[in-house]
Ligand binder design. Sequence first.
Ligand code: SAH
Length: 371
Amino acid sequence: MDGAQAGGVTAPLLPVLQRRIAAEGPITVAAFMADCLLHPEHGYYRTREAIGLGGDFVTAPEISQMFGELLGLWAADYWQKLGCPDRCYLVELGPGRGTLMRDALRAARALPAFRRAAQPLLVEASERLREMQHRLLAGEMAQWHDDIAALPTDAPVIVLANEFLDALPVRQFQRGDDGGWHERRIALAGDGSSLCFMLDPRSLPFEELLPPELRDAPHGVIVESSPAVRAVASEIAARLRKQGGAALFIDYGYDRPGFGETLQAVFRHAYADPLAQPGLADLTAHVDFISFARAAQRGGAGVWGPVGQGAFLASLGISMRAAKLKQQAAPGKAADIDRDLQRLTAPEEMGTLFKVMALTAPEAPQPAGFS
Ligand code: SAH
C-alpha cells in the first residue's frame, strides 16, 4: 500500500514516514507532528486548504471581523502605552489566510499615527499560505519572514498570535509501571503498512522534561511537553526585553500542569485518528500555558493572564462593536452578528477553552484586557 486513504485521497506522506521509521527506528510524537505539518513536499500546511469553511477548521478571525479589529485596537492601545514610538513592528505569528492582520490594520486606521508607525511583519512557514496572505494584504506594505529569529531588532514589537502555538510539535511521555517516565514514539504496526504508538523502554531524567508538579503523577499517565512552545516564549521574552513591546497569544489550552494527552487530528471539520492520514489532517495539541508562562518569566518577560477569550474580548468592548455592526447590517444579518458574538465569547463555545496570555517587557505597562 502506498498511502493511507482519507475521504478518497491518499496520504503521500505515509510512505515517507515508513521509510524514515524503518531507517531510524520509532520517531517521537514531535518529529511526527513536524513532518505532518511542515514536510517540504507533503506537509499539511504546505499542501492543504486548511482554514475556513471549505477547509478543515474555522478560527476566530474567520468567524468574525470583530476578532481581528479588536486585536488591532489592542495593539494600537499598547503602542500608545509605549509612548507612541515613531516606528514599531506589528508582527503576526502563523497568520493563516491573513484575515486577522487585514482586520487589525483596518481597525488601526482609527489611529492614523499608529498605522503610520507600524510596519506589518508576518512570520509564516507555508509558501502556500504566504501567497494567500499576500493577496489579502495587498497595499499594506507587509513583509514576510520564515521564523521569529529572522525578525528585525531595531524597534519595539507588538506581536499577535492566534492558534499558532497549538501547531507547534509536542513530545509525549508516559509514566511506566516502573515509576520512570518513557517517551511515546511512533512505530510501524504489524505488517509495516500503518503506524502505531509505542513506549520507549528507556526511562528519561524527569527534571529536564516535565514540571515539578508531576513528580508524583500516577503510573500510566500521559503528559505532553513542548520544547518548541517554550522556545517561542524565550525568544519573544528576549526581544521584549531588548526591543520593548508586547505579545498576545490566543489558543486553546490549559492552565495547570499535567493535563493529559491532547494531540488531536481534524479532517474536514471532524476529529480523526492522528496516525491514520499523516499530512492530510490538521494536527494540534492544547497549549500548556503554565510552562509557556514559566519559560517567558525565565526569559525576563512580564506575564499577564491567562484569561478566557470571552472575558478578554468583553473587556475590549466586543458587545459595543457588535451593536455598531448590527446597526449597519443589512436586514436579516443582525442575527448572524449575534451568533458570531456567541461563538467567540460564550463559555460553552470558545469563551473559556480559548485562553489569552500577554507577555511584555519587564516593568512595562499592563496591556488592555487583563484587569
Ligand atoms: N492564525 C491563523 C491561522 C492558524 S493555523 C488563524 O487564526 O486563522 C496555524 C498557522 O501557523 C498557519 O499559518 C501555519 O502555516 C503557521 N505555522 C505553523 N507552524 C509554523 C512555524 N513553525 N513557523 C511559522 N508558521 C507556522
